[in-house]
Unconditional design. Structure first.
Ligand code: UD1
Ligand code: CA
Length: 471
């Protein structure tokens, strides 16, 4: 029968050292929150090991927010939310888990994770589990060696077993120890239930330390990792930026190994939810967010930001463009300095040039809007050319209205379409026109006053340095 494992994620603390009012588990990191990372690592580990798992996230500070965020984000998981009323330490948090999760005491094993270790993956958990089983211990802690042990609990090894001394309580000699506690443990449930009873708060912090369940002389052990990076604990803004730095490198290196040309790894931000096909090129200072997909042959020039968008093969996104919930078909050219807002749907080979904003608009293939225009709430047929400075006047102060332009039409520069309005196919709208009546297919529309030119009259108007010197 599969082992049953209960997962306790300790997430009740405020995280005072972060200095922000947001509870630490909800601090954003690469499109997720800190608490998501250990949760996902635990889920992946249990699936690797084919274990029956149940999860309790211990909440306290901003408990409603943490709970509603996790329920919304992980709809497929059944999560319990034991409440730790006062934050009296990590052992007290685990007691809250056992007291409130009805299933927790019946699990064969209990895995404990802290909410503030976002670099942890299933790999470390798999090693932890394997070592516990191989050595036949009843408890195991993941430890690591570090040049800078400040802030972490020090591991004091005995002939049998070990103990953990927190920074504040450590002697000068103990502080020199560079093997430290990662805050990640697996216990046989019966053992931890018994050992928790013995934990008191007689220490410098006056807290109930979970680390006190480990005692020299008992059947407990450590697995010491040489690479400290997966265990970085985020207690301060500096550590948050270190975590971001490492996550970025890890994600970008994976893409590079998969054939994506990322030219500058540390200055490219790609969230883990983004999918990129081999053969795409990404220049520095690009930000790719959320459910974005990038196909092969796409080039994204510096400074572009793309959120929740689908970019098809061979598209070029020139520098400093901003795309959000947009669909871009093969071989389009976007930017530089283009803005595609939600609901933009471009057909193949469209050209959206500089300072063009498109919103909730469907453009069929080979439409060009090359300069300084606003296209909102529109449907534009294939092969339409729109000149410079075009505007859909889509809003009357109350409602939005649609502009429809049939295929093969030519819309001159500096034209405005007062929606709702329909222009037929192969129509021609002359430059400088304000169009408020429909134009039929093959029709020509012009709406501007006739030009008046008076010879030699400029001198009446030109003053100062512009005045015309009579010879
Ligand atoms: C803890 C460990 C330390 C280890 C380090 C690794 C203890 C006593 N110390 O220290 O040995 O080296 O993690 O990163 O366990 N929490 C609660 N309720 C509380 C207190 C904390 O739920 O009453 C949660 C926090 O939200 C956090 C986690 O427990 O997610 C760890 O707490 P934190 O204050 O960050 O512990 P550290 O000082 O980092
Ligand atoms: Ca911590």
């Amino acid at each position: 029968m599969a082992d049953k494992i209960g997962v306790a994620i300790l997430a009740a603390g405020l995280g005072k050292r972060m200095g922000v009012p947001t509870a630490k588990p909800l601090i954003p990191l690469m499109g997720q929150k800190l608490v998501d990372f250990p949760l996902v690592a635990a889920v992946n580990f249990c699936s690797d090991q084919s274990m029956d798992m149940k999860v309790g996230v211990v909440v306290g500070h901003q408990k409603e927010e943490v709970e509603s965020y996790l329920k919304e984000r992980h709809k497929n998981l059944s999560l319990d939310f034991p409440v730790q009323k006062e934050q009296k330490g990590t052992a007290d948090a685990l007691r809250a888990y056992f007291d409130s999760c009805p299933w927790a005491k019946d699990m064969d094993y209990t895995l404990v994770l802290c909410a503030d270790t976002p670099l942890l993956t299933k790999t470390e958990l798999n090693s932890l589990w394997k070592t516990l089983k191989d050595k036949n211990w009843n408890s195991i802690a993941a430890t690591f060696r570090t040049k800078n042990p400040t802030g972490y609990g020090r591991i004091i090894q005995g002939d049998v077993g070990f103990k953990i001394v927190e920074e504040k309580d450590a002697s000068d000699e103990e502080r020199l120890v560079n093997e430290v506690n990662s805050g990640l443990y697996i216990f046989e449930t019966n053992t931890i239930l018994k050992n928790l009873l013995g934990v008191d708060s007689n220490n410098k912090s006056g807290e109930f330390y979970l680390t006190d369940v480990f005692q020299i002389g008992s059947e407990v052990g450590t697995i010491c990792f040489d690479d400290e990076s997966p265990f970085l604990g985020v207690n301060s803004p500096v550590q948050l930026s270190q975590a971001l730095h490492q996550l970025k490198s890890r994600i970008n290196e994976d893409h590079q190994n998969n054939g994506v040309l990322i030219l500058e790894r540390q200055h490219t931000y790609i969230e883990p939810t983004v999918q990129i096909a081999p053969g795409a090129t990404i220049y520095p200072n690009c930000y790719l967010h959320g459910k974005t997909t990038i196909a092969t042959g796409v080039e994204i020039e510096p400074g572009s930001i793309i959120k929740d968008s689908q970019i098809a093969e061979g598209v070029t996104i020139k520098a400093y463009s901003y795309l959000e919930e947009a669909k871009v078909a093969p071989m389009c050219q976007i930017g530089p300095y283009a803005r595609l807002r939600p609901g933009t749907d471009l057909g193949e080979k469209c050209k959206i040039g500089n300072f063009v904003e498109v919103k909730k608009a469907k453009l069929d293939s080979s439409v060009s809007v090359s300069h300084l225009s606003y296209v909102g709430d529109a449907e534009i047929g294939e092969n339409v050319n729109i000149g410079c400075g075009f505007i859909t006047c889509n809003y009357d102060g109350e409602a939005k209205h649609k502009t429809v332009i049939g295929k093969n039409s030519f819309i001159g520069s500096d034209t405005q379409m007062i929606a709702p309005i329909t222009i037929g196919e192969s129509a021609f709208v002359a430059s400088g026109s304000t169009i408020n009546q429909d134009v039929p297919s093959e029709g020509f529309a012009l709406s501007r006053s006739r030009q008046v030119t008076k010879e030699n009259m400029a001198s009446r108007f030109l003053k100062g340095k512009w005045s015309i010197k009579k010879k």
